[in-house]
Design a protein around this ligand. Structure first.
Ligand code: SF4
Ligand code: FES
Length: 242
């Protein structure tokens, strides 16, 4: 038999001067296998057509539906309402990102700034020759790069990060993961000294307090703390030589 659930949603439109932050309760019958994505759409279709939230893929791939669910940052499309035994679910937008409206935040703007900050592209002095095959990469190295490339830029590691909560300039696990990805890519000619210049400070690798909020919540189970620890170790060696 289906039960009634209550979804309490943070609502606020920063562009509307009359808008005040508030939680609005929506009650509905739970359908079998209902995800938060389905529940939110049901709210928008039947109870409140003004409610804003983001989604694209509905399959845990695009990263756009990340939000705070009962205090934990997670992907709404991969969260079932049945996980919450008392039938009460509280939804908030992720902190650390610019609020667009209600549950919608501008992760894209933040990710763009982070990408520029860590110079998130292959640095190579080689002339690109499109008529030639790509240089070969050892399969185990390619696999390692691929593993870190699985990041979907959802922002959950940023929203769950204690360091980011006290230091707004912290580049986050997603930024450090990006650096780690280029550090192991044989096509990138940057040295550890170059990476030290990028993230060798308290806004980067030395700011992380290893509170695990990133890895504990990452929906892609990326080995964030391992990579951060490894990079910190390497960059400490660079720092010692300075
Ligand atoms: S590292 Fe994980 S939590 Fe962070 S943005 Fe990438 S997929 Fe999301
Ligand atoms: S809608 Fe794409 S990850 Fe949830």
């Amino acid at each position: 038999m289906s039960r009634e659930i209550t979804i309490s949603v943070f609502k606020f439109d920063p562009r509307d001067k009359a808008s005040k932050p508030e939680f609005v309760d929506y009650k509905m019958q739970e359908d079998p296998g209902m995800s938060l994505f389905i529940a939110l759409n049901k709210i928008r279709e039947t109870l409140d057509d003004d409610l804003s939230f983001d989604f694209v893929c509905r399959a845990g791939i695009c990263g756009s539906c990340a939000m705070i669910v009962n205090g934990k940052p997670t992907l709404a499309c991969k969260t079932l309402t049945s996980q919450f035994k008392d039938g009460h679910i509280k939804l908030m937008p992720m902190p650390s990102f610019e609020l667009i409206k209600d549950l919608s935040v501008n992760t894209g703007k933040w990710m763009d700034g982070m990408s520029k900050r860590v110079e998130s592209w292959i640095h190579s002095s080689k002339e690109m020759d499109y008529t030639k095959l790509e240089d070969k990469v050892e399969p185990d190295v390619a696999q390692e790069v691929f593993e870190l490339d699985r990041c979907i830029e959802c922002g959950i590691c940023v929203a769950g990060c204690g360091t980011k909560a006290v230091n707004e300039n912290f580049v986050g696990a997603v930024g450090l993961n990006r650096v780690a990805r280029f550090q192991i890519d044989p096509n990138d000619e940057r040295t550890d000294a170059d990476f030290y210049e990028l993230v060798g400070d308290d806004d980067g690798i030395f700011g992380c307090m290893s509170l695990m909020g990133c890895e504990d919540n990452c929906p892609k189970d990326l080995p964030l703390q391992n990579r951060i620890a490894y990079m910190r170790n390497k960059l400490i060696q660079v720092g010692k030589q300075k």
